[in-house]
Design a protein around this ligand. Structure first.
Ligand code: UDP
Length: 356
């Protein structure tokens, strides 16, 4: 019997990882999930499946979801990784794991460098040792050097680096490390997916975004205002040179984003070296437009206050997603209204996230 080939998913209990696991399982691809659960709600007992993975089992038919293996541990733990690579035949790694809070990274840069960069180095070394040389890496639009209006829409050729926070720098450094590795060893292929602003939830309303503490990002914050966990939304600046003065971003539905990963996996074996793709819609939406659309999904006005700009924010960011369309055959198909409807479905069913 030929051994089944698994995709190893680091950080699989997180927002983007969990939605991607659904898409992988739906395509009959077996997955091994590694997550140390520092940023996600864990099971009551150590050996219990975390709520997010239990819910995946309620979305995906049992004959598919039984092909998911969960291992609680850090993706940078060489011992755990060695055991996984010895026991299972791993064909490729989707590397979602890592800390991701911009503000926290400014306060605790060494924690970010040590976990994101240090952990990724260990992961890559263990992969090398076991002859696994294919990776899909969770990168971010924040790797692009602070874009001005003349740089929009951002293409993959736009300059990267000079990042505005340690979190973004870790993504930039990991991309560079992976580029060097691919240059030095032609057996390696890395597809780096530069996410714009992933929002929404699975249309079932069973899985979604469940940030720990006060949300840093716009949509989870608005969603918590809607369930009255927060009194109102603070809008960070209404004097930007944008359509209505508030910040403009390229929001992409989480299910579209997840499908971007399976599209990348489909071509991973045909690609050579390091390639980066933007995953976004190519359309910019303002904070006020998002608030209005989400209020419509909820069916009532949501309270907000205009505040000062948030330090480090740029006025407007959106991408040119045409390279992903051409080479991955991937396009975002869902609208901002779909994002708001699905986010509200998850948040209203789970007002306190997975702890609900
Ligand atoms: N934003 C806001 N209030 C919040 C969080 C975000 O007005 O509580 C704005 C922010 O200034 C930006 C947009 O919403 O213009 C998206 O912010 P987010 O943090 O979600 O994404 P990023 O800025 O990292 O792209």
């Amino acid at each position: 019997m030929v051994a089944e080939e698994y995709v190893l998913v680091t950080g699989g209990a997180g927002f983007i990882g969990s939605h991607t696991i659904v898409e992988l399982l739906e395509k009959d691809i077996p997955v091994i999930v590694v997550d140390n659960m520092t940023n996600a709600v864990g099971g009551k007992e150590d050996d219990e499946l975390p709520p997010v993975l239990q819910r995946i089992k309620s979305i995906v038919p049992p004959e598919k979801s039984q092909r998911m293996v969960f291992i609680k541990g850090s993706y940078g733990d060489e011992e755990i990784l060695a055991k996984i690579f010895t026991k299972y035949k791993v064909s490729s790694v989707m590397h979602f794991g890592g800390f991701k809070a911009v503000g926290e990274s400014k306060k605790l840069p060494m924690m970010y460098y040590s976990n994101n960069l240090g952990g990724s180095m260990k992961l890559i070394q263990v992969m090398q040792k076991h002859g696994v040389t294919k990776m899909i890496f969770s990168s971010s639009a924040t790797v692009y050097s602070e874009p001005g209006p003349e740089d929009l829409p951002l293409t993959e050729k736009c300059p990267t680096g000079n990042c505005t926070c340690p979190y973004a720098s870790t993504k930039y450094f990991i991309e560079n490390m992976l580029k060097d590795l691919c240059h030095a060893d032609p057996s390696w292929t890395v597809i780096s997916l530069r996410y714009f602003n992933p929002v929404g939830a699975h249309p079932s309303g069973s899985i979604g975004e469940d940030p720990k503490g006060i949300p840093n990002n716009l949509m989870p914050y608005i969603a918590q205002v809607a369930v009255k966990r927060r009194s109102h939304l603070d809008i960070f600046g209404n004097d930007y040179p944008t359509k209505d003065g508030t910040g403009v971003r390229d929001y992409v539905h989480i299910v579209d984003l997840a499908k971007g990963h399976t599209a990348a996996l489909d071509v991973l074996d045909q690609k050579k070296g390091f390639v980066a793709y933007n995953l976004g819609t190519g359309v910019g939406t303002s904070v006020l437009e998002m608030l209005k659309c989400f209020s419509e999904a909820v069916g009532r006005e949501l309270p907000f206050k205009m505040c000062d700009r948030r330090p480090g924010d740029v006025a407007e960011v959106y991408c040119d997603p045409s390279l992903a369309a051409k080479e991955l055959n991937w396009r975002a198909t869902k609208t901002v209204a779909d994002m708001c409807r699905d986010l509200w479905s998850f948040q209203s069913k789970n007002p306190n996230g997975y702890a609900s």
